[in-house]
Design a protein around this ligand. Structure first.
Ligand code: AMP
Length: 193
């Protein structure tokens, strides 16, 4: 993996563990020689991740829509800052530049971005790993709900299991490196479980 795209909160969250996780991931990416692709903001967890990567000598590409340059305070110290015309362009470019995707704790922006790349993977549009850093169990309620979608026949277990989950960045990176995309059709036949 040459570059990994990270989705995460533009807010910092209540627990220091979230900031610590963003910092730890940034430092690890730099140490492993993996470039960071992210939303280009200098605020919240996004800013903490970018700063940690840069401080450890890593490469950071930020992609931000013009409309958010002021609101999310575009990070001016990045290796490469790209200002694009829309949210759609932002996500398309992030996906194109990256060999895998990670979500850290965040709000609906983070969720939207993660679910989009995961749904593309489920349809077979790409075979890149999609992963979740479950710091302090932040995502436990969502993971339970995702199991519920399988139990109720709306998602295959194989597609649910495509989302790699780990508590710590090192574990997550190891899982992403081992990942092989399943070759399973999305739609569930009647009577099949
Ligand atoms: P949040 O998790 O809500 O703090 O948002 C994290 C990041 O996702 C921020 O940089 C938001 O601008 C971004 N974001 C929110 N909605 C979208 C979207 N539809 N497409 C691309 N990025 C988005």
């Amino acid at each position: 993996m040459r570059r990994i795209c990270v989705f995460l909160g533009s807010n910092g969250g209540r627990r220091t563990a979230y900031m610590d996780a963003a910092t730890a991931l940034g430092t690890l990416l730099a140490r492993e020689g993996i470039g960071l692709v992210y939303g280009g903001a200098s605020v919240g967890l996004m800013g903490a991740l970018a700063n940690a990567t840069l401080e450890a000598g890593g490469e950071v590409t930020g992609i931000i829509p013009q409309r958010l340059v002021e609101k999310e305070i575009a990070h001016r110290g990045l290796s490469d800052l790209r200002v694009v015309g829309s949210m759609h362009e932002r996500k398309a470019l992030m996906a194109e530049l990256s060999d895998g995707f990670v979500a850290l704790p965040g709000g609906i922006g983070t969720l939207e971005e993660l679910f989009e790349v995961w749904t593309w993977a489920q349809l077979g549009s790409h075979g890149k790993p999609c992963a979740l850093l479950n710091t302090d169990g932040y995502y436990d309620p969502m993971l339970s709900f995702l199991d519920h979608t399988v139990e109720e026949g709306f998602m295959r277990r194989a597609h649910r299991d495509m989302l790699l989950v780990a508590q710590y960045p090192e574990q997550l990176l190891a899982r992403m490196r081992d990942y092989r995309a399943p070759n399973v059709i999305k739609w569930i036949e009647r009577g099949e479980r």
